[in-house]
Design a protein around this ligand. Structure first.
Ligand SMILES: Nc1ncnc2c1ncn2[C@@H]1O[C@H](COP(=O)(O)OP(=O)(O)O)[C@@H](O)[C@H]1O
Ligand SMILES: [Mg+2]
Length: 294
């Protein structure tokens, strides 16, 4: 087995906003170069917190209380701002959730794609312009010459997401973090975007941490799954193992509740309350949730 590119060890964090409620509880996971890891869980499970920690953009309201994030031999949590700036947007990049807000509305697409190539890779204007056109072709944008001269509002949501995918892979990062990158898109576009991310990561050999609440999405794109509930890892393994031989009752219930896995749609079962009760006991959120009235 090759050395992991990313290894999160016993990461714990709490939310200063919610009276020091734990947000991550002793989370460990690892990812090898070129692999796609699905970070799965319902809203509030802590997925985006992990994504933000990887990108060095944890909000002030969240405090890491323990653990390490080893990326390519360095603990990201111990690096100073300068060292982090060298990694973020260069070795680790983001495919954001909402393509509407992620691009600068006042600048042409071409300029937004070439900035990084020029500033972080030292390319000449001419080489960067050429590379931007190639990247747009790679993400199957027709008429790249027109698109580089366009402003974001002139493109559809799906096109914008293609541009952002091109931007995420442009600098040949080692790791791309995608936080629910298809949630804001039309259902018809979602599948194409998933296939595109998979194709880009395969052809560039890039590792991806793919955040989603949707097991159907995981099945299409991820090599491995880490399932979280209330900040705790409930189940982890290869996608095939977790989806075909889940160990935990919560995983089983989620699979039964997922339309893409239960072909007889009439048989869809919501996750039973008893499963949540057992989970709360296991994770240790029972007392606090009652106290909060949540
Ligand atoms: N800016 C913040 N300040 C304090 N707590 C936060 C902040 N953002 C999120 N949290 C808390 O972290 C927990 C996990 O949130 P998040 O990682 O966004 O979950 P997910 O992405 O799985 O939906 C939530 O319970 C939320 O209250
Ligand atoms: Mg989130």
């Amino acid at each position: 087995m090759s050395r992991p590119l990313l290894s999160i060890e016993a990461l714990s964090a709490s939310s200063l906003r919610d009276g020091n409620q734990p947000v991550l509880r002793d989370v460990s996971l690892s990812l090898e170069p070129g692999q796609v890891l699905g970070l799965v869980g319902e809203s509030g499970a802590g997925k985006s917190t992990i994504a933000k920690a990887l990108l060095g953009i944890l909000p002030a309201g969240i405090k890491v209380t323990d653990g390490r994030i080893h990326f390519d031999g360095r603990n990201l949590l111990e690096l100073d701002q300068r060292a982090l700036r060298g990694i973020m947007g260069s070795e680790i990049t983001l495919i954001p959730q909402d393509p509407q807000t992620a691009l600068n509305p006042g600048r042409r697409i071409g300029a937004q794609l070439t900035d990084g190539l020029r500033l972080k890779r030292g390319m000449s204007v001419r080489d960067a312009d050429e590379r931007a056109l190639q990247l747009l072709e790679e993400v199957h944008i027709r008429d790249p010459e027109r698109v580089v001269r366009s402003y974001p509002h002139e493109l559809s949501g799906g096109m914008r997401q293609r541009v952002l995918i091109a931007a995420a892979f442009a600098l040949e990062p080692k790791l791309v973090v995608a936080d629910e990158p298809t949630t804001a898109l039309d259902v018809t576009v979602q599948k194409e975007i998933l296939r595109l991310i998979r194709r880009m990561q395969e052809s560039h050999g890039t590792a991806v941490v793919f955040v989603t609440h949707d097991l159907g999405v995981v099945a299409q794109i991820c090599d491995r799954i880490t399932l979280l509930y209330a900040g705790k890892v409930i189940e982890a393994g290869t996608t095939a193992d977790v989806l075909t031989a889940p160990k935990h009752a919560y995983t089983k219930a989620l699979i039964a509740a997922s339309p893409r896995y239960d072909r007889q749609d009439a048989g869809l079962e919501p996750v039973p309350e008893t499963v949540f009760e057992a989970l709360r006991c296991e994770v240790g959120t029972q007392g606090k949730e009652t106290a909060d009235g949540r």
